[in-house]
Design a binder for this molecule. Sequence first.
Ligand code: ZN
Length: 308
Amino acid sequence: MSDAGQVPEESTRDLLAGSRDVECFLCGRRDEDVKFYDPPFRVVRCKHCGMTYVNPRLSSERLHEMYQEEYWASDRAKEFGYASYLAERENYERTYRRRSTTIDRYRSEPGRVLDVGCAAGFFLSVMKAKGWQTSGVEISKPMVDYARETLGLDDVRHGDLTTLDIDEGGYDVVTMWDVIEHLEDPRAHLEAARRGLRDDGLLVLETQDVSSRFARLMRRKWQHYKHEEHLYHFEPATLGRLLDEMGFDVLENTPRHGGKYVSLNFVVERVGRIHPIMTTLASPLRLLGNRALYINLQDEMIVVAKKR
Ligand SMILES: [Zn+2]
């Protein structure tokens, strides 16, 4: 890894073309404590409001490009994207069936749900099976095609929530799974989500918790530090402040059901982040093939918030 000040390699220069340092998105100040450097990036915490974020930020064009084809079948998934998103379909569906019980506690009857950043549509297909009327929005064209063609979800639109025409006041629930940390402008998306909700509609949102015990234990090796794509690292206080500002009352924020069903192959790949030797040590697990296990590191927050 190059030291700060050294001339960056060509691939790094390409990556950084058009990137820029940004101020704290939550309070607008520019007064950061550096948590750690991972050149060319640094993870910083705002001295005023406690928001954790990444600097510099890649250009909007680069961020948009990133989520097209290669993100979903990435050959460097430790830093960026998924090794094989579609191959994990069964595990995602099991994960979402479990997460959807959070919604069942608030809505005993099926209604209309809009999933923002719905990817291949795995969550929506779970909700459809439960009798919900489903809509999705996704910026990645290959994922939209998969959701429509393979899962038969007819109302999945290609584009950005903030520029699409959505059915205002039409939804009982708007969901955002692993999405807000990727967005350049979370406020604009939350505002659009709010417009889509009926009065007293629910926003159900999941994102990683940088103040969790596991994040603090792992420090810079935490699996959610993926600087190209995870622009923000919320914690209950910063997320609560943002939601309040955007006109939502938080009803609950819990790591329960924040876990994931994962294949052993996925586990082997991810432990390599801690140290490359871990991949070798854990590789006999691959022999168990596609067997899945449920892992909850208690480092994700699932927030249920009501439109005020
Ligand atoms: Zn701040």
